[in-house]
Design a protein. Structure first.
Length: 391
């Protein structure tokens, strides 16, 4: 937790200059944001949009010695574990610190204020202690790319979460067009401690099913999601009320965990978005269709097509030509797995010499099989046509 410490931390008495200070006037006018320790008034930790967290004391990142101590702490942690999740990591961005605290970041002991970004140097120190150390940032307000550039291996994808829970397919589809180098560092999720539980937000099991497929093919998961729990539990509570398992939600995740996430192309393969386009009548329902695929060098390939909307949708999907297909080299559960029936070697779909070669597709959700010519999958006549029920 880089932004703050507890109100009873030794620094509040021994190193108060490491903390953001206030005045008696601040305490009188904003008692929710300040507290007294002896003769000093200190600030509670907070972000620029909400009142302070009353059990915390705000660290002053304008103080050079405080930064050194925090770098040492992170480096020490790097020698003890594989990685950390950094709470509200964007709060250390210089402009956000300035927006929140302004002149209060000037150290009370008269030392010069430090204004350069904190994370690049801190991450460099952690990597020096453990070159394989992994840092994941809890980040909001569109600062994820900035923190990736600062050295974080992974960042929360809050933008995708917001689009998914809004139950609007086109924003989800457009979000997934982002550069793959950025997306590969995104943590996709349906639950976090700051949000309502997925089974509450996605109360329609069919929409939960569609959202889970999207999230699990762009990984991320939180405790209790698999059982369909609906009661959000504060991080400050050490126990939870009993909730019965939701059998429909549990079945969704059993299928995903038992099949999709075990597949080699999902775990270690290449991922890319598929091109989608309208049907011949140009109706706009295709914009709710979200499609992507992944594959490996051994001929395992999977395509995911989701109608992320509450109405019927139809449209075309085109598979990228670089997708590698072939006979499965060992038994794995079929889920939209492609097999070139006329060729027994692994090859890129776009390099198939016989454009009429047939590709077999097996759908794990419906247990149906389809056969399509390679040229159709590559975009002839618009691509493979889907007519999909809601969610």
């Amino acid at each position: 937790v880089p932004n703050h410490v507890a109100v009873d931390h030794p620094w509040t008495a021994e190193k108060p200059d490491y903390l953001v200070a206030g005045s008696d006037e601040d305490l009188a006018n904003e008692p929710q944001n300040y507290f007294r320790v002896g003769e000093r008034v200190l600030a509670h930790g907070r972000d620029p949009y909400f009142d302070g967290w009353e059990d915390t004391a705000q660290l002053n990142y304008g103080h050079g010695e405080l930064r050194s101590e925090m770098c040492k702490t992170l480096a020490k942690i790097a020698t003890m574990c594989d990685g950390v999740r950094c709470d509200m990591a964007m709060l250390q961005c210089p402009d956000i610190m300035e927006q929140t605290w302004g002149g209060r970041l000037n150290p009370a002991d008269g030392s010069p204020r430090v204004t350069d970004p904190f994370w690049p140097g801190a991450i460099k120190a952690a990597k020096a202690a453990n070159k394989n150390f992994i840092l994941m940032a809890e980040v909001y307000w569109g600062r994820d790319f900035e923190l990736q550039e600062s050295g974080f291996a992974f960042t929360y994808d809050k933008a995708l979460y917001d689009r998914v829970v809004a139950l609007q397919g086109d924003p989800v589809r457009l979000h997934l067009t982002a550069d793959l180098a950025f997306q590969s560092k995104c943590i996709r999720y349906l639950e976090s401690h700051d949000e309502e539980r997925a089974a509450t937000v996605l109360s329609d099991v069919k929409s939960h099913d569609a959202a889970a497929i999207l999230a699990f093919t762009c990984p991320g998961i939180y405790d209790g999601q698999l059982q369909g729990r609906k009661k959000r539990v504060s991080m400050h509570v050490r126990c939870r009320l009993h909730e019965p398992r939701d059998p429909q939600v549990s079945l969704i995740y059993a299928k995903l965990l038992g099949t999709v996430l075990k597949r080699p192309e999902v775990r270690d393969g290449t991922w890319t978005q598929c091109h989608t386009s309208p049907s011949m009548d140009q109706n706009p329902s295709w914009m709710n269709m979200v499609a992507h695929c992944c594959w490996d060098d051994r001929g395992h390939a999977m395509m995911v097509v989701v109608n992320f909307g509450g109405d019927h949708s139809n449209g075309h999907v085109v598979i990228p030509p670089q997708v590698k297909l072939g006979i499965r080299s060992y038994p794995i559960p079929p889920t939209m797995n492609y097999t070139i029936t006329e060729e027994e070697k692994v090859q890129e779909l776009g390099s198939v010499q016989n454009a009429a070669a047939e590709v077999m597709l097996n759908d794990i959700w419906s247990h149906e099989s389809y056969t399509r010519e390679a040229k159709e999958l590559l975009g002839e006549h618009g691509g493979m046509w889907f007519d999909m029920k809601p969610w």
